[in-house]
Design a protein around this ligand. Structure first.
Ligand SMILES: [Fe+2]
Length: 236
């Protein structure tokens, strides 16, 4: 323990740009929020040099969530693309992005999801890809539906896609959520509202994008992930 340091990180230290650890409106945060100072573990060489994943493990087809089964999934086909950028504004190449989401009816293919909405036999709801030399990524999927989550009476999550961004080591990981512009549920969602800074909240909302909208085929949404700027948001 001698080389571990106790670090007290208060929600007030985080400037409203990250979700609060303790946000009582988001019921689970009451149990999850650290009650004691955080322990900063010293970095070991293996943390930085250990294997993470092989680029050969990621196939181009993994980025198309609409082509993982025999038929097309139901719902509105969309293209979600953007860049992973460092705080210096440069694209970060070779970064593993993983996404997971509900289907168009707002139902996850997960045993604990009891929402009485239909599962789609043609939609699993998970995909991954690597960023290219400019830090660009692109997914084809369907727009997820809003879903109820029992946090409080009549609680509904705005439509969202969960994202994980892996760095060069297991200890480098950012998990966040991407939302869709103009969602009427934003103001009622304790998870979205746990990011107190309105400008930071907007960094979680994708932009409708004509450039990547494919004629006769799919709407495009753009979502850039800026390391050190995009709020890290973990939730159901
Ligand atoms: Fe979710």
């Amino acid at each position: 323990m001698s080389d571990r340091r106790l670090v007290r990180v208060e929600d007030s230290d985080r400037g409203g740009r990250e979700p609060r650890y303790l946000h009582p409106e988001y019921r689970s945060s009451v149990k999850r929020a650290p009650a004691a100072p955080l322990v900063l573990l010293p970095e070991a060489l293996a943390d930085r040099t250990g294997p993470v994943f092989g680029t050969g493990d990621v196939a181009a087809a993994d980025a198309d969530l609409t082509a993982q089964h025999d038929g097309d999934p139901l719902g509105e086909r969309i293209v979600v693309s953007g860049r992973v950028l460092g705080s210096d504004g440069r694209g970060v190449p070779g970064t593993l992005l993983e996404i997971w989401q509900a289907n168009a009816a707002g139902r996850y293919r997960h045993g604990s999801d009891r929402h009485p909405a239909p599962l789609d036999p043609n939609f699993t709801g998970a995909g991954r890809c690597l960023t290219d030399a400019d830090g660009r990524y692109r997914f084809v999927t369907v727009k997820p539906g809003a879903y109820p989550w029992r946090n409080h009476p009549n609680a509904w999550r705005p439509a969202h896609i969960h994202l994980s961004v892996f760095g060069r080591a297991f200890i480098d990981r950012l998990v966040t959520q991407m939302y869709f512009p103009g969602d009427p549920l934003f103001e009622f969602d304790p998870i979205f509202q746990s990011v107190r800074d309105p400008a930071a909240r907007q960094r979680l909302v994708s932009a409708f994008d004509w450039e990547t909208t494919a004629p006769e085929w799919a709407l495009g949404y753009r979502f850039d992930i800026v390391l050190g700027s995009t709020p890290i948001e973990e939730s159901p």
